[in-house]
Design a protein around this ligand. Structure first.
Ligand code: ADP
Length: 591
């Protein structure tokens, strides 16, 4: 009936070419056919798919070209006749703008990811060398300067890591790596991380793990830890009095046993968050309105990254909170795998001979294109009594490996001329060098997948910035250490703790814990032999001993923690082996 001048411009038809024809000539298939049937159906049955609704369709011009169109159809009646109006908007510009914005956003994320990666390398030196320097100086003032550099360095690194992770997620470059983890140990470690802070603020950290949660689950440990550190970190930061409670539970209990929906809640009794800001705080760089930067600091990146990580792990995050009533952040991870059989990976204990930090003779080839990175490692090697040769790219590494036959090679990955992957492949193909252990040094934050690392010919890996303990631990798998401090075995190490003052007793409920909960943990740490876990185990026993005034228990815990801190493998094995003896002794003092 009518075709206005804008419609003429949009479709390229003159009004008189269109008036009197079926309107569907202005749309290509499938919209062309759908249009009539929608209208017919509406007229016959009242079933409505178009009238009064707006939708995105495609418009067809006279010259046969098409364009995205936003179409609104309205209905009116005139002299007893039904009539329809259609209003079409050309969306071409908007589509182009959207595409452009997406490309630009991706470029931004790529840029940030690369940039952060480049910033990490010099940061590596700043932090590494200040650590080394701090061990060398005694002057109080100088020490405090170094501490400031260390603290600032670490917070800068944290910021860079957050930005790197965020942009990686946005650029679709962050992969989730599932592995079997022990849920209880995982959370005990989280508890441990915040122990000092919690005590400082005189808060209480409560951990409640539902008994129905299986011991092992397949989860990306690194990412889940990141999420919890953010949530618990915030809870501690925004709470002055009261407690922080971590609750781990599952939703559907009846489901089959190989998957569960895991719910983790972090609840605090802190300042709370007004309802109208519950969404905003999950956006990047956003904090509660009017929040004191001076008092709380922060960047507003934590929750935004947390949300993205949770979503990547097939989960959701939500918050319940009101001002002055505390907050509860809940994450729900859907369909988490419950591994059916958990093979016990016994670590190669014979590889660690030794206690203290001195290696017997050994030559290490350090390959890295950046001089300061090499120096950081070589300084540490000298401190451990090792010799080294340096190469600044893969090609030179091949030459030196052939010439010097080093005992271990530490291999950077990204290098000019020849990268670490290629060099390692070539080392493996040369009979002279094929047996030399090669440890990859990777700058990528995501935890390298151990099996791919092995497939690529590496024997192990260290992530940048390389820390002294990790380096020592890795090297101790291939090089023998010598015992520099003559330690005479102390009685408690032999498990024969002797306490002349016998004014102590063991309450039955403590004995019960030691024989059940801790017995199980003991079995796991004994088999897995992971330092962190042993340390957590030791700290718990120490605490239990102190709280209940049971000196042999405290002593046992203390010995374990100090042995694990100093990587004293033999001592640890002895102490761990004496746990049953300790129980026997405590049983004799049962109240
Ligand atoms: P940051 O902690 O660096 O500011 P986050 O993204 O982790 O960044 O948090 C954003 C904001 O959300 C915080 O600044 C704070 O305003 C609010 N918030 C987060 N967790 C809590 C909490 N447990 N209690 C009160 N406010 C919180």
């Amino acid at each position: 009936l009518m075709f206005n001048p804008s419609a003429e411009r949009l479709f390229g038809f003159k009004a008189d070419e269109v008036i009197g024809k079926n309107i569907n000539i202005l749309m290509p298939e499938p919209y062309h056919s759908q249009h009539d049937s929608y209208i017919q159906k509406y007229l016959q049955t009242g079933e409505n798919k178009v009238i009064g609704l707006s939708r995105e369709v495609v418009g067809l011009r006279k010259d046969g070209t098409s364009f995205p169109m936003y179409l609104s159809v309205g209905e009116m009646e005139s002299q007893g006749q039904k009539m329809f109006t259609g209003i079409g908007h050309d969306l071409t510009e908007i589509y182009l703008a959207k595409e452009k914005a997406e490309v630009a956003n991706k470029a931004k994320s790529e840029f940030l990811a690369n940039m952060s990666h480049e910033i990490r390398t010099p940061m590596n030196s700043v932090i590494g060398f200040s650590d080394l320097l701090s061990a060398l100086i005694n002057d109080k003032k100088q020490k405090s300067y170094i501490e400031s550099i260390q603290t600032a360095g670490r917070s800068l690194l944290k910021l860079i890591n957050d930005i790197l992770d965020l942009s990686k997620v946005e650029a679709g470059r962050l992969e989730i790596q599932y592995e079997k983890i022990s849920i209880r140990f995982f959370f005990q470690e989280i508890e441990q991380i915040f122990k000092v802070k919690i005590e400082e603020k005189q808060l209480q950290l409560l951990l409640e793990i539902d008994s129905e949660i299986p011991e092992f689950l397949r989860i990306d440990e690194v990412r889940l830890r990141q999420v919890l550190i953010n949530l618990v970190g915030n809870a501690v930061k925004f709470t002055e009095r009261g407690h922080i409670k971590i609750r781990v539970k599952t939703k559907d209990k009846t489901e089959n046993h190989d998957k569960i929906n895991l719910i983790i809640e972090v609840e605090d009794t802190g300042i709370g968050i007004p309802q109208d800001q519950h969404e905003l705080i999950f956006e990047s760089f956003r904090q509660q309105d009017g929040q004191s930067i001076r008092k709380y600091g922060g960047t507003g990146l934590g929750l935004s990254l947390t949300k993205k990580l949770v979503e990547l792990m097939n989960g959701r995050i939500s918050v319940k909170s009101a001002p002055n009533e505390g907050s509860c952040f809940a994450i729900q991870l859907l369909s988490v795998d419950v591994p059916s059989n958990v093979p016990i990976e016994i670590r190669k204990k014979e590889a660690f001979t030794p206690q203290r930090f001195r290696f017997e003779e050994g030559l290490v080839l350090v390959v890295d294109d950046i001089e300061s990175n090499r120096r950081l490692i070589t300084e540490s090697l000298s401190q451990m009594g090792l010799e080294f040769v340096e190469a600044d790219n893969g090609k030179n590494a091949l030459l030196f490996a052939d010439e010097f036959s080093p005992d271990v090679i530490l291999m950077d990955i990204r290098m000019p001329i020849m990268d670490g992957y290629e060099a390692t492949q070539k080392l493996r193909n040369n009979p002279n060098t094929t047996d030399i252990p090669v440890i990859a040094i990777t700058a990528s934050v995501s935890k390298g997948d151990i099996s791919t690392i092995k497939e690529l010919g590496f024997d192990g890996y260290l992530s940048k910035p390389v820390n002294l303990h990790a380096l020592l631990l890795e090297l101790s798998k291939y090089l023998r250490c010598e015992n520099i401090s003559e330690t005479t075995e102390s009685p408690e190490e032999k498990g024969e703790q002797d306490f002349s003052d016998e004014h102590w007793n063991v309450p039955p409920e403590i004995m019960e814990q030691l024989e059940n909960k801790f017995q199980k943990e003991w079995e796991t740490v004994k088999n897995y032999g992971v330092f962190n876990n042993i340390e957590v185990f030791g700290t718990q026993l120490l605490q239990l001993g102190n709280d209940n005034d049971i000196p042999p228990l405290s002593k046992f815990g203390e010995t374990l923690t100090s042995q694990s801190e100093s990587f004293d493998i033999e001592g640890l094995n002895r102490t761990l082996a004496s746990y049953p003896k300790l129980l026997e002794r405590l049983r004799s003092k049962l109240l």
